[in-house]
Design a binder for this molecule. Structure first.
Ligand code: ZN
Length: 236
C-alpha cells in the first residue's frame, strides 16, 4: 500500500498534480504540502518534552541549550513518515521548503518571535548533494526562514563523506559521523542564538556532531538548539 501511495505521489508530481504525501488525495487550492485533514491529525511532538529528551546532545557544548523543537513524532511505520521520505528522496526540494514554511508558521503562532537569531542547516557533502541535487535541511531551513524572518547561515560545512545513519545504533551513529562537520567563519556566530536545522532527529548523533564542531571551532554563541520536522519516539 505504501509503495502504491509513493508511486502515485511521484507520478502525480511528474504530471503536475499535487497530492498529499500522507493520504494520497489531490491537494486543493490553498492546501500546501499536506491536506488539511492530515495536517489537523499530524501527531505533533509535545514541545515540553523536547529539551530533556535531547539534553545529552548539549552536554559538552560551548553554550547553553537553546530552542529545541520538532514538528511531529516520527514513526517509520506511520503514513506520516511519507512526509519525510518524499521531501528527502523523491527530488522534492519544493516539498521540503513548503513543510519548513508550514512548521515555521506554527512556531510563529506559538512564540510570536522565536528566540533564534540564525538557522544553520545540517550540511551535506558535495558528492551526495550532486547526486540528490539538493540538501533537504537547507530547503527546510529556507522555508522556516520565509515564515519566521530568521536568516539562514552557511557556517556548517561537510568535511568528509560518511555512510548512512539508517539502521545504526546510537554509538555507531556517533562514531560514523565524528569529524565530518566543520565550521566556517565561527566569529560570525558570536553572541547569537543558533538553531541547527535537520529533517529528523533520531538518536541526536548528527546534531551532537554539529554542536561539537561549533564548540571546537571557537564559536561563542549565546545558545545552541535545533529545529527538525520529525523526532523519533524511541531514541535507541
Ligand atoms: Zn492527506
Amino acid at each position: 500500500m505504501n509503495i502504491i501511495r509513493l508511486l502515485s505521489g511521484f507520478m502525480a508530481d511528474l504530471t503536475g498534480v499535487r497530492t498529499c504525501p500522507v493520504c494520497g488525495r489531490e491537494l486543493l487550492d490553498g492546501e500546501e504540502a499536506i491536506c488539511i485533514g492530515c495536517l489537523s491529525t499530524l501527531p505533533r511532538t509535545a514541545t515540553q518534552h523536547m529539551p530533556g529528551r535531547y539534553a545529552d546532545i548539549f552536554a559538552n557544548a560551548v553554550a547553553p541549550q537553546g530552542l529545541t523543537e520538532a514538528w511531529f513524532d516520527y514513526d517509520p511505520e506511520s503514513p506520516y513518515a511519507q512526509i519525510i521520505r518524499r521531501a528527502k528522496y523523491y527530488d522534492s526540494p519544493r516539498l521540503a521548503r513548503t513543510l519548513g514554511r508550514a512548521f515555521g508558521r506554527e512556531l510563529t503562532h506559538r512564540y510570536g518571535t522565536l528566540p533564534v537569531d540564525v538557522l544553520l542547516p545540517v550540511p551535506m557533502h558535495w558528492i551526495k548533494r550532486m547526486r540528490r541535487s539538493y540538501n533537504q535541511s537547507e530547503e527546510i531551513a529556507g522555508g522556516i526562514s520565509e515564515t519566521t524572518g530568521i536568516p539562514v547561515g552557511d557556517n556548517l560545512t561537510a568535511l568528509h563523506r560518511h555512510s548512512t545513519q539508517t539502521r545504526k545504533n546510537n554509538e555507531a551513529r556517533r562514531a560514523n559521523i565524528k569529524g565530518t562537520v566543520g565550521v566556517d567563519a565561527p566569529e560570525e556566530l558570536q553572541g547569537l542564538r543558533i538553531a541547527i536545522v535537520d529533517d529528523i532527529v533520531t538518536t541526536g548523533a548528527t546534531i551532537a556532531e554539529c554542536v561539537a564542531a561549533l564548540s571546537l571551532s571557537g564559536a561563542r554563541p549565546q545558545t545552541i538548539g535545533f529545529i527538525t520536522l520529525g523526532a523519533t519516539y524511541q531514541r535507541r
